[in-house]
Design a protein around this ligand. Structure first.
Ligand SMILES: NC(=O)c1ccc[n+]([C@@H]2O[C@H](COP(=O)([O-])OP(=O)(O)OC[C@H]3O[C@@H](n4cnc5c(N)ncnc54)[C@H](OP(=O)(O)O)[C@@H]3O)[C@@H](O)[C@H]2O)c1
Length: 198
């Protein structure tokens, strides 16, 4: 059993919190109300960022003390959105939110994962007709191993998980969000994930 703080209580955060709770973890969720994120993060071993990517860097740097020495799992996408509300570009071209977080928070182990799929797939990867891929990016092998365990609790088979390497590889995983508006316009909101076929 791990104590987990999920920051953001929307589609992604609510879905992850419920599934991790069902898996037996002690989960606290935080919304945007003042103090809510600090309270949840203070007692957690793992913090999951499921808030909008724009502003996430400032929000998490503001929690520096509460997340020091812990694992920060970043599942967000930092995008510039188009008039239709869908992602139209990257907020950190040539870098990534995860890299910026790791640089700003050297005392926290950042792991990027799960941002390359519709939120429903994060907790029901077996529901797609083909196996999806969950990518991992992060500097710390032990932190990635712990996140692998959480993914297993969410239904991810180990062979569906691809460790891309260090945090600099999150640039590729985050760029996958550029597929999203085109996939949605083409296929609607049917659950999907970016997968590596072998
Ligand atoms: N939806 C997907 O399928 C999907 C897939 C992969 C990755 N993501 C990423 O996951 C993150 C969450 O997406 P979502 O679809 O769950 O969004 P969402 O449903 O809009 O939920 C966002 C959550 O963050 C909170 N929030 C918004 N602005 C905030 C602020 N300034 N400070 C603190 N909390 C704030 C919201 O609170 P309020 O309710 O008060 O607004 C809400 O609880 C985003 O970065 C998104 O790019 C989404």
């Amino acid at each position: 059993m791990t104590t987990i703080a999920v920051l953001g209580n929307g589609r992604v955060g609510g879905n992850l919190a419920a599934a991790l709770n069902r898996a037996g973890h002690q989960v606290a969720t935080a919304d945007r109300s003042p103090g809510s994120a600090a309270d949840a993060a203070r007692t957690a071993q793992i913090i999951i960022n499921a808030t909008p990517g724009a502003g996430a860097l400032e929000r998490l740097v503001g929690l520096r003390e509460q997340i020091h020495g812990k694992i920060l799992v970043d599942v967000s996408n930092a995008t510039v959105d188009g008039p239709d509300g869908l992602p139209a570009g990257l907020l950190y071209p040539g870098s990534s939110l995860a890299e910026q977080l790791q640089e700003a928070l050297p005392g926290t182990r950042v792991v990027k994962t799960l941002n390359t799929m519709l939120y429903t797939v994060m907790t029901a990867p077996g529901a797609l007709t083909q196996p999806p891929t969950a990518f991992l990016s992060g500097q710390d092998p032990q932190a990635k191993q712990i996140v692998r365990g959480l993914l297993a609790d969410l239904g991810w088979h180990q062979e569906w998980i691809t460790d891309l390497g260090g945090i600099e590889t999150a640039q590729a995983a985050e760029a996958a969000v550029l597929f999203v508006p085109h996939v949605i316009r083409s296929n609607g909101f049917a659950p999907f994930a970016i997968s590596i076929a072998r």
